[in-house]
Design a protein around this ligand. Structure first.
Ligand SMILES: C[S@@+](CC[C@H](N)C(=O)[O-])C[C@H]1O[C@@H](n2cnc3c(N)ncnc32)[C@H](O)[C@@H]1O
Length: 316
């Protein structure tokens, strides 16, 4: 406690950007944060409302902060040093072209999940000049709304519904849909099973989800994850696949012929998920790689007859 007060007080007395950068970096490093240099610049940029490049420039030019800014940097550094996620400290998480509002109670969207959005949009096919009518999709377990919003904005011709059952995540979802939905994203508060129960059979073109998929025994190493990401966002049964099994069944009924189901998952789960999808009546089950080159996405297509099969190897 004494240390924290000292960090804040010390930082609030230092007004040179360069000295602040160094001290913030040292405090974050002492707290065990890996990339403390990058995080120090991101923290300063977030608090000051400028870019990382601008932080570096002000540092080089010997610029100073106001006392108020220095106090805010001190408070933010103390929170980050207690291992609150940087996104919670700053109140925003970058995702595709958006700065999503995040905070306690909502899963922080990860950069890798941008690959889920890109793959979903590619599988739907995208022809902005097409005169074909609007498509319909749902994002199951929407959290901050990152995936629903990303798909709607990138595709341009799909109406998405963001489904979320967590009352802690709900205000963040509402705020982000309001800010970035452009009227193309609806929200549904409640359990996924209840949401699917009101979807007319065969009516959807897309079901996309970054569901809970961590096996019960795999406690994440990162303190930020296990202390600040909600448990219901992470775990789903012994092998982590309980939610995906149910999702496959619900989606099989809700998707139109040719409709796409795509989920994010751990890199070891692709083969099992392809089998789950095939058993639920999907065809063309295939595992894809995320931005980091790991097998993190599996998709499949709703068959005409409901008979599954056709297990494809990983798509590079
Ligand atoms: C891994 S997080 C993903 C959040 C967001 N889609 C993203 O990618 O950042 C999973 C989300 O699913 C929600 N969730 C878990 N089980 C659910 C259920 N049965 N019905 C609706 N939402 C659920 C959690 O509350 C959490 O927000």
């Amino acid at each position: 406690m004494t240390l924290r007060v000292n960090v804040r007080e010390t930082l609030s007395m230092i007004l040179h950007v360069d000295a602040q950068r160094k001290l913030v970096r040292e405090q974050l490093k002492a707290a065990g944060i890996a990339d403390s240099g990058v995080e120090a610049d991101l923290l300063l940029a977030g608090v000051l409302g400028i870019s990382r490049g601008e932080v570096q420039m002000r540092s080089l030019l010997g610029r100073e902060l106001s006392e108020m800014e220095a106090r805010e940097v001190g408070a933010a550094t103390a929170r980050r040093a207690r291992r609150e996620p940087l996104q919670h400290v700053l109140g925003v998480a970058p995702f595709l072209d958006m700065e999503l509002a995040v905070g306690p109670g909502v899963f922080v969207p990860r950069p890798e999940t941008e690959s889920l959005v890109t793959a979903a949009v590619a599988l739907l096919g995208q022809d902005p000049s097409s005169s074909v009518g609007q498509l319909t999709g749902i994002d199951v377990g929407s959290g901050s709304g990152a995936v629903a919003l990303g798909v709607a904005r990138a595709h341009g011709r799909i109406r998405m519904t963001a489904i979320e059952r967590s009352s802690a995540a709900w205000p963040w979802l509402r705020a982000n849909v309001e800010a970035f939905g452009d009227g193309h994203v609806d929200v549904f508060f409640g359990d996924a099973e209840r949401a699917f129960s009101v979807v007319p059979p065969g009516s959807l073109d897309l079901v996309v989800s970054n569901p809970p998929y961590v096996p019960a025994a795999n406690r994440p190493e990162s303190r930020e994850v296990w202390r600040h990401d909600p448990e219901e966002a992470l775990y789903s049964g012994v092998d982590g696949l309980d939610f995906i099994r149910e999702l496959a069944t619900w989606s099989s009924a809700a998707l139109a012929r040719g409709g796409v189901l795509i989920v994010e998952h751990e890199d070891s789960q692709g083969a099992e998920i392809r089998q789950i999808f095939a058993d639920a009546g999907f065809i063309d089950a295939a595992t894809r790689q995320d931005l980091t080159g790991r097998d993190r996405l599996t998709s499949a297509v709703r068959s005409a007859s409901g008979e599954g099969g056709c297990d494809q190897p990983t798509i590079m």
